[in-house]
Ligand binder design. Structure first.
Ligand code: 13P
Ligand code: ZN
Length: 271
């Protein structure tokens, strides 16, 4: 067996959590990530027949039976992942019953997966149903995105439209827009179900006055989606209280989307 600490998927996760912490998006234990892994990428590092512990999921994830995920631990700090991955992360496999997680590696202090696992696994199911290449669900509390929640209308059309106006490339990066959920109790199956419903249509979902969820084919792509929203929200928060002298017009947003050949939410423009 190769040393798992040299596995590319683990190193990518360590770098991503460190970057998110460095950017101030993930204070204390804020944020969580789940990364769908292929058996072939994990098997050189782990004996997949050796289950350390089993943990009930608290919900049913039938279409994920046998799937492997690298998942951040509940209560764990992104700040600490890089120096102690085996305590702060875990690799789980969804058991045949679709209701149990088999722990194959990690959570070595007796810990368990993030309290937001319902939103993660339900979102994985939703994204896989529309994109077979999908692999990552990422939750974070980015500062300006969260600040914007308090001063901007929380509806999908207006929020997406404002974000698209803030940087020329926003409509190209997230042409599908940003889904929005009102404030809801976190850590529940209900917020998981609501997030997954939005994830059929959007790769980004705002949890009102809490944070954001992103989904993508890789850690880099998903990080980039959230990073772009956060940049746009930062520009909004730096300018919202000042007289607006210039703006990107809807006709120009349309030009951008057409030039870059992205399929965008036409109903989010006012043309
Ligand atoms: P966990 O520590 O359980 O991952 O929760 C952090 C969080 O951001 C809750 O929404
Ligand atoms: Zn959170």
């Amino acid at each position: 067996m190769k040393d798992i600490l040299t596995a590319p998927f683990l190193n990518e996760m360590m770098q991503t959590t460190a970057n998110m912490y460095r950017l101030g998006w993930d204070e204390r234990n804020g944020g969580n990530i789940s990364y769908l892994l292929e058996e072939t990428e994990v098997s050189p590092y782990l004996d997949l027949s050796h289950v350390l512990r089993t943990l009930p999921l608290g919900f049913h994830a039938p279409s994920l039976e046998g799937r492997l995920f690298l998942v951040t631990g509940t209560g764990k700090y992104f700040k600490n992942v890089e120096k102690d991955p085996e305590t702060n992360l875990g690799i789980i496999r969804i058991a045949k019953d679709g209701q149990t997680a088999e722990l194959l590696w990690g959570y070595q202090d007796g810990g368990k997966f993030t309290s937001e696992l319902p939103a993660h696994l339900m979102s994985h199911m939703a994204r896989l149903s529309v994109d077979p290449q999908h692999r990552v669900v990422m939750h974070s509390h980015p500062t300006y995105t969260l600040a914007m929640n308090y001063v901007h209308k929380l509806n999908e059309k207006e929020l997406t439209h404002t974000l698209w106006e803030m940087c020329t490339e926003c409509i190209v990066v997230f042409p599908d827009g940003v889904g929005v959920l009102p404030w809801m109790l976190c850590g529940t199956n209900e917020i998981g179900e609501a997030t997954a419903k939005k994830m059929k249509e959007f790769r980004l979902v705002i949890w009102g006055m809490h944070g954001i969820y992103g989904a993508g084919k890789s850690l880099d792509e998903t990080f980039g989606l959230i990073e772009t929203v956060e940049k746009a929200a930062q520009i909004y928060m730096l300018t919202a209280h000042l007289p607006r002298m210039n703006t990107i017009k809807d006709e120009q947003l349309k030009q951008l989307a057409e030039f870059f050949g992205v399929s965008y939410r036409k109903d989010f423009l006012n043309l």
